[in-house]
Design a protein around this ligand. Structure first.
Ligand code: BGC
Length: 252
């Protein structure tokens, strides 16, 4: 039987967050616990912080499936890239390292894929037929490609080359902050990005996640696209929800 509660942990460049998730409703059953990501982002340090976080989150809830999401390509439990994290993650048997450090089986997945899965289960992509492309606008740009609710993992569309740039360096929310862009000037970059995605994928729906999607009224109406573009429902909790739901679906 598939578990109806699980723990999701979302590892990011600045923070590691986790909570217990109700997998029927997609609600958080505990407060979201957040610890700062250790400086340098080295694997062993991150495992240690995750262990401390898990011991807080799992207090009194018994044995639950645990899912962990991370900002890298994840293939067969190995992290295969490192865009905004320590290069020590490249080629690392990350799932096994976490299982050893935490002392339990986990499910390990890319952070944007976890967010896309969460929106398909509990959010803006639920019941949506056809091709849905979720992008998270944060430090980098994450992507999740769904067709009829089925995830195609590791699409990494934040790294599309446009005008000679790895485009997350131009259009992520961090680029808006770094270059002190107005909403209009940031939207011009997003226009180029989403037009390119539209050309390549002819999606039925774009979903925009990440913390900045809370302010969607400031930039989504400025975009001129053929495809409907809407904010994610779960924003910063989507990684936690998706990692938990995937852990229950694929027990270690
Ligand atoms: C990484 C992706 C990740 C995204 C969002 C990108 O830089 O390559 O794996 O999903 O950032 O965190």
């Amino acid at each position: 039987m598939t578990a109806t509660t699980a723990i999701g942990i979302d590892i990011g460049g600045t923070g590691i967050k986790g909570a217990v998730v109700d997998l029927v409703t997609g609600a958080l059953l505990t407060d979201r616990v957040k610890l700062p990501t250790p400086k340098g982002g080295r694997p062993q340090d991150i495992v240690e912080t995750t262990r401390a976080l898990l011991s807080t989150v799992s207090k009194g809830v018994g044995d639950l499936p645990v899912g962990v999401c991370f900002p890298a390509v994840v293939k067969n439990g190995h992290t295969m890239s490192a865009a905004n994290v320590s290069s020590k993650w490249i080629g690392l048997a990350a799932e096994a390292l976490f299982e050893k450090g935490l002392g339990l089986p986990i499910h390990f997945v890319n952070d944007a894929d976890a967010a896309g899965y969460a929106e398909a289960q509990f959010g803006a992509a639920k019941g949506v037929a056809g091709v849905v492309l979720l992008t998270t606008l944060g430090t980098g740009i994450g992507s999740a490609l769904l067709n009829d609710g089925v995830l195609v993992p590791n699409t990494e569309l934040g790294h599309l080359q446009i005008d000679g740039h790895d485009y997350e360096t131009r259009a992520a929310y961090s680029a808006k902050e770094r270059d002190d862009l107005s909403w209009e000037n940031w939207a011009a970059r997003l226009q180029k990005y989403y037009s390119t995605l539209e050309l390549l994928f002819s999606p039925d729906l774009f979903i925009v996640g990440g913390g900045v999607s809370k302010h969607h009224e400031n930039f989504l109406p400025l975009l001129n696209l053929k495809t409907r573009i809407i904010p994610a429902v779960h924003r910063n909790n989507a990684g936690i929800l998706g990692a938990a739901a995937l852990a229950a679906r694929f027990p270690g």
